[in-house]
Design a protein around this ligand. Structure first.
Ligand code: F6R
Length: 311
């Protein structure tokens, strides 16, 4: 997995060459259904959307979706139960599109982007995120997204990112708690998911300023069982800067990770990649195998067998 994650800059370069040909004329909102490693790309893109943008991780679709909604089903395998259930419902109402490597979703939807097969969904983020970002940007549906700067930063800082990630992975003690503001809150979620799936460890993510209204209070009692990771921008809003400074004084062990770059999307993807690397280095340090997700696979199998036997 470490070698695959290290190839992210090259994967982004390849993914940026992929084109989505599809008409978005007349759409007034965007809804993306997906789970886990497939849904996170939508969590990131939503921060840059000019239109109302909803991420659905459920069996149900919101009642406000209509014929002006572009509904995108993202499932790497194309077989995820929740995503397929939403897709079937949305197909009757919305304009639909799919991003997948195959499976049932590919069979059902003719408007689709097919991405490379035989990867772990979470390791295919370049293909799940970049063609979609490029397509939406080309159709003037995103604000302030610079894909060229993003690629440049990833390619020109490869060793530096690996070095930083290894150092962070070595410094994590206890349960990692990851904090971010705005798009960095979605990147904090990605760090948490990757630590869960690759390093097989419990981790939590929090977004500012909300966590200052509840989670902060836990630090009256929290001790040495956690490592707090703050995902920050050097040019962040003064109000956010002050909040992080306060938290640094109150929280236990804190590691601050600062983005580089000018564009907010580029900054986010830089920290995303560091987080992905941290998770695979942490797996190696703890002697766990990063790639297999046996319990997730076991649950999916159990649910399939159960639904067959109960139908
Ligand atoms: C596995 C992973 C999972 C899957 C999720 C949904 O690498 O990241 O979180 O992404 O179980 O499956 P797909 O992506 O196939 O729809």
């Amino acid at each position: 997995m470490l070698e695959i994650v290290k190839k992210f800059p090259e994967q982004v370069e390849e993914a940026m060459k992929m084109d989505i040909e599809f008409s978005v004329k007349g759409i007034k909102s965007i809804a993306v259904a997906g789970m886990g490693g497939s849904a996170i790309s939508a969590d990131i893109i939503k921060h840059f959307s000019k239109l109302p943008f909803f991420v659905i991780r459920d069996y149900k679709i919101p009642s406000f979706l209509n014929e002006y909604t572009l509904f995108i089903a993202i499932s790497y395998s194309g077989n995820t139960e929740e995503t397929l259930t939403c897709y079937k419902k949305a197909k009757r109402i919305c304009k639909t599109f799919a991003i997948t490597s195959g499976g049932k979703l590919s069979e059902m939807e003719e408007n689709k982007l097919l991405i490379p097969k035989n990867m772990q969904p979470r390791a295919a983020i370049a293909y799940l995120l970049f063609p979609l970002a490029k397509f939406l940007a080309k159709n003037n549906l995103l604000y302030n997204i610079d894909l060229e700067e993003t690629l440049y930063i990833l390619k020109s800082n490869k060793e530096q990112m690996q070095y930083a990630a290894e150092k962070i992975a070595n410094s994590i003690e206890g349960i990692p708690l990851i904090y971010g503001y705005g798009v960095m809150a979605s990147i904090a979620k990605r760090w948490r998911q990757q630590l869960n799936e690759n390093a097989k460890m419990t981790a939590f993510d929090f977004s500012l300023p909300e966590c200052n209204h509840n989670e902060l209070e836990a630090w009256e009692r929290n001790g040495k069982d956690f490592t707090c990771i703050f995902l920050r921008n050097k040019d962040e809003d003064e109000k956010i800067k002050k909040r992080f400074e306060f938290m640094k004084e109150v929280y236990g062990k804190v590691i601050e990770v600062f983005s580089i770059g000018k564009n907010d999307f580029a900054k986010a993807i830089y920290l995303l990649h560091i987080g992905d690397l941290v998770s695979v280095y942490k797996a190696a340090i703890d002697g766990v195998e990063a790639e297999p997700v046996d319990l997730i696979a076991k649950l999916k199998k159990f649910l399939t067998q159960h639904s067959r036997s109960s139908s």
